[in-house]
Ligand binder design. Structure first.
Ligand SMILES: CC(C)(COP(=O)(O)OP(=O)(O)OC[C@H]1O[C@@H](n2cnc3c(N)ncnc32)[C@H](O)[C@@H]1OP(=O)(O)O)[C@@H](O)C(=O)NCCC(=O)NCCS
Length: 185
C-alpha cells in the first residue's frame, strides 16, 4: 500500500533522511543521478524536506530557486520513494545552465532534480505519485515542467514518456555525459 506524499514534522524528517540515504546508496543509477555521497550525506535532504513543509504551510518564499523535497511511505511508515524539485522564479541561469544546457534567459519552470523509488516497491506507481506532485505544482503556478536525465537511463525515460514527458533536446554535462532535457511538448 502506497500513500501520497505528506508534510513531515521535524522529528519525522530526522527519521526519513537516513532511509532516503540508504535507498539512494542501494542503487548505483540513483547514486550517480543524485550526485553521489556528497549530496546524500550533506544537509540538503533535510533542508529540502523542511522546505516542502514550509511551502505547504506558508506558500513559496520569494527566492529565485526554491528546492522542495517530498517522500512517500508504506503503511509501516518506511520511506518508499523520494523526489526533489526546484521551483524557478525568474532565476538567473547558473554556469551549467548557460555553458552546458545552453540557456541564456531567466528560468521560470518547475524542475525535477532527484527521483528514486525503493527497489522492492518499483513498478507500483510510487514514482507516478511523486511526479504528480511536481506536475500539479507546475500547473498551479502556471509554469512549465522540466527535467534533465542521463540519456542512458532508459527506465526513467520510459517512466516519463508514460506521463507524456518527452525529450526536448540533448546536451552534455561537464563530465561529458549525454543528457536529455525532458518536458511536456
Ligand atoms: C525510474 C524510477 C524512479 C521509476 O519508479 P517506479 O515507482 O518503479 O515507477 P512507476 O511504478 O510509477 O512507473 C512504472 C513505469 O515506469 C517505467 N519503468 C520503470 N522502471 C523501468 C525499467 N526498469 N525499464 C523500463 N521501464 C521502466 C515503465 O513505463 C513502467 O510502466 P510499465 O511497467 O507499465 O511499462 C525507479 O526505477 C528508480 O528509482 N530508478 C533509480 C533512480 C533513477 O534513475 N532516478 C531518475 C533520475 S533522478
Amino acid at each position: 500500500m502506497v500513500t501520497q506524499p505528506v508534510v513531515l514534522t521535524e522529528a519525522q524528517v530526522e527519521i526519513a533522511v537516513p532511509q532516503i540515504r540508504s535507498l539512494v546508496l542501494d542503487d548505483p543509477v540513483a547514486k550517480k543521478a543524485f550526485g553521489g555521497q556528497h549530496y546524500v550525506f550533506s544537509e540538503e535532504l533535510t533542508r529540502e524536506l523542511n522546505q516542502f513543509g514550509n511551502f505547504v504551510r506558508n506558500g513559496l518564499p520569494k527566492r529565485q530557486r526554491v528546492r522542495l523535497g517530498c517522500c512517500v511511505f508504506d503503511d509501516r511508515g518506511n520511506v518508499t520513494g523520494y523526489q526533489a524539485i526546484t521551483v524557478m522564479q525568474d532565476a538567473k541561469p547558473n554556469l551549467e545552465e548557460t555553458e552546458y544546457v545552453g540557456i541564456k534567459s531567466l528560468l521560470n519552470y518547475v524542475q525535477l532534480k532527484k527521483l528514486v523509488v525503493r527497489k522492492d516497491y518499483r513498478g507500483e506507481g510510487v514514482a507516478g505519485n511523486l511526479l504528480q506532485v511536481s506536475l500539479e505544482l507546475s500547473q498551479e503556478l502556471d509554469k512549465k515542467w522540466r527535467g534533465d536525465v542521463l540519456a542512458t537511463n532508459s527506465a526513467v525515460i520510459k517512466f516519463l514518456g508514460k506521463h507524456n514527458i518527452e525529450k526536448l533536446f540533448e546536451w552534455h554535462n561537464k563530465a561529458g555525459n549525454l543528457m536529455w532535457r525532458m518536458g511536456i511538448v
